[in-house]
Ligand binder design. Structure first.
Ligand SMILES: Cc1cc2nc3c(=O)[nH]c(=O)nc-3n(C[C@H](O)[C@H](O)[C@H](O)COP(=O)(O)OP(=O)(O)OC[C@H]3O[C@@H](n4cnc5c(N)ncnc54)[C@H](O)[C@@H]3O)c2cc1C
Length: 382
């Protein structure tokens, strides 16, 4: 006999578990999360750098971040475990005058929403952050409220509270098909049987398009490997420094205790499901970073890891009910922002399922924007 559920969520990463928690918080019972692996660290959620920032190109994305930041600050009160939020700030550096103009314009929009972001001239950057050595720097934005939190603790918190609220998380079970009758979702088939229900949520991260295909829907999300490395304890950089990002090379660094965390989004990396670390990637990263943070010359690499970004065509998330298939929701394509946006994504999907108005205008994130040729381009992409 088939199991039944009011809400079936595919994927127990940060997005799926946030949705499960927010849906169950609304009093909706019989919520089931299906996860093909185990709970900890198999998907992108276990590979995140933990960055949380308020600078985005669209007001709705800024509001997503504001909700996430506030939740991470008070995570302990809500979930009984600290998200270890460290407000170290974010420093975005640009060498491109055109990009600098866009960043200055966007900072006005962000400030109007209460974001304390500041535009810095090169001399101020070199004075406050002397490890930055970019002779052709044009400008930078700095937001002191941004920071870093612990994705593992957040994942645990969502899972624990979701279970407390009655959510069933089924591990080691893969969704193999989506059932629909005419334009209404009817449930899913899995490696262990059939689950019927009127609502299915695609929270499959880098596998979002595969799940979409099962429902006959194109979800334009592609996986890209992204790598991170940690140095051995390293004292040639300030003990307190912001997440510092060079938009031209997409390379970045921040403190990780006494060590330094290094990363880069290599534009030459092809789309794939590969998650192994690669020596060539490390060499390219070091080579790139040494050109603008020469102090790293004496750093030694302790370890590294790679995971998948789930990238949409305009680097903005795809959120909402899929047109023409009632009961099929997606929360995909976070393009490197899925940790910080997981709280808000969970809340808006729960509101949509409950028939409520989302607390943030999600029109810029709807799937239909691609067929309507109205992309929501994101400038701040790393
Ligand atoms: C190196 C790296 C650094 C990052 N840094 C940041 C950062 O600083 N800040 C930030 O906000 N974001 C960051 N991100 C992005 C963030 O980690 C992701 O956007 C987020 O984790 C996506 O969560 P998810 O739940 O959608 O995906 P996932 O965590 O991948 O979860 C999806 C789950 O679905 C499961 N699944 C897939 N198919 C099926 C199926 N058929 N049946 C059952 N289960 C299935 C998978 O096993 C997986 O567990 C980073 C990502 C990487 C890789």
């Amino acid at each position: 006999m088939a199991d039944t559920a009011d809400v079936i969520i595919i994927g127990a990463g940060l997005i799926g578990l946030s949705i499960a928690y927010h849906v169950a918080s609304k009093g909706i019972s019989h919520v089931v999360v299906i996860e093909k692996e185990s709970l900890w660290g198999h998907g992108s959620s276990g590979r995140s750098a933990g960055g949380v920032r308020l600078e985005f190109s669209h007001p709705s994305a800024v509001k997503f971040s504001q909700y996430g930041l506030e939740m991470f600050r008070h995570f302990d009160d809500l979930f009984g475990i600290s998200a270890s939020f460290n407000p170290c700030g974010y420093l975005f550096l640009t060498r491109d005058p055109g990009q600098w103009k866009v960043m200055q314009d966007l900072s006005l929009m962000q400030q109007s929403l209460g974001v304390p972001v500041k535009c810095l001239a090169p001399q101020e950057v070199f004075y406050r952050f002397p490890y930055v050595k970019i002779p052709d720097l044009v400008g930078a934005t700095f937001c002191p409220e941004d920071g870093v939190a612990d994705p593992g603790a957040v994942l645990y918190g969502f899972a624990k509270r979701a279970r407390d609220l009655g959510v069933t998380i089924r591990l080691g079970e893969q969704v193999t098909g989506i059932m629909a009758h005419h334009d209404q979702i009817m449930g899913v088939t899995t490696t262990k049987g059939v689950i019927t229900g009127p609502v299915v949520v695609n929270a499959a991260g880098p596998y979002a398009s595969t799940i979409g295909q099962m429902a006959g829907v194109e979800i334009p999300v592609r996986p890209y490997r992204r790598s991170i490395y940690i140095t051995t304890p390293f004292m040639d950089l300030p003990p307190m420094m912001p997440m510092t990002l060079d938009l031209e090379t997409t390379s970045y660094l921040r403190r990780e205790g006494d060590s330094v965390l290094l990363g880069m989004s290599d534009p030459d990396e092809p789309s794939s499901y590969h998650t192994e670390t690669d020596h060539q990637v490390l060499e390219k990263l070091i080579d790139t970073l040494l050109r603008w943070v020469p102090a790293l010359n004496h750093a030694a690499i302790l370890r590294g890891w790679a995971g998948l970004y789930e990238v949409s065509p305009d680097d903005s998330a795809i959120i909402g009910e899929v047109p023409g298939l009632s009961g099929f929701y997606c929360a995909n394509g976070f393009s490197g922002h899925g940790f910080m946006h997981s709280p808000a994504a969970g809340r808006v999907i729960a509101e949509l399922i409950a028939g409520e108005e989302p607390f943030v205008d999600i029109r810029p994130f709807l799937l239909a924007r691609f067929t309507e040729n109205q992309p929501t381009w994101e400038t701040f992409v790393i």
